[in-house]
Design a protein around this ligand. Sequence first.
Ligand code: FMN
Length: 194
Amino acid sequence: MNETIKTILTRKSIRSYKEEQISDSDLELLIDAGIHAPTGGNSQSWNFTVIQNKEKLLELNRLVKESFAELIVDENTYRSKRAGKISSQQETYSFYYNAPTLILVSNAREYSNAMADCSAAIENIMLAGKSLGLGSCWINQLTWFCDEEKVRATLTHYGIPENYIVCGGVALGYCASNTDKLVPRKKADVNIIR
Ligand SMILES: Cc1cc2nc3c(=O)[nH]c(=O)nc-3n(C[C@H](O)[C@H](O)[C@H](O)COP(=O)(O)O)c2cc1C
């Protein structure tokens, strides 16, 4: 099996990180991997916001906790959002799993490929991370809450344009434990028409 396929097949979401920060050279490679993802019409209109400041990450965590507290859920609410509301009430809650680096990938709200382009970039970043010995996890909370007033004010302060939405985030760092397991895949429906 070649290294690329091995990287793809062994990547898994990591939810426990060491405090040690990733190197600037690795960060540069990760962003480079991100921007080498394909984009609709070669748009490349994405914005990458890298947050490595512990205080700023904790401030975002506080805002996410507040947003969950105000969120009204019912049985029709997306399962992960309902679960997030419950876990956010814990003292130790960290939506980015205390990872030392959080990358937010945002794009123009009105651009129809915003989510697709950013998702391709995020996957590239996660796979590049895996190849560099880093763990990662997709982080969705700021996609849900980027338009909450206080969250938006903070994101604006971090340079995300007002007309951009957070399409996704990635937590990155060195894995703290080996407890995150490869999640088995369901058999996909594949129809090959020849
Ligand atoms: C769009 C999207 C949003 C996700 N959001 C979160 C999240 O907010 N927090 C989290 O822990 N995992 C999140 N995940 C990771 C999934 O839970 C994970 O990919 C899935 O359980 C399969 O596990 P694996 O990544 O280890 O293969 C997200 C994944 C995707 C694609």
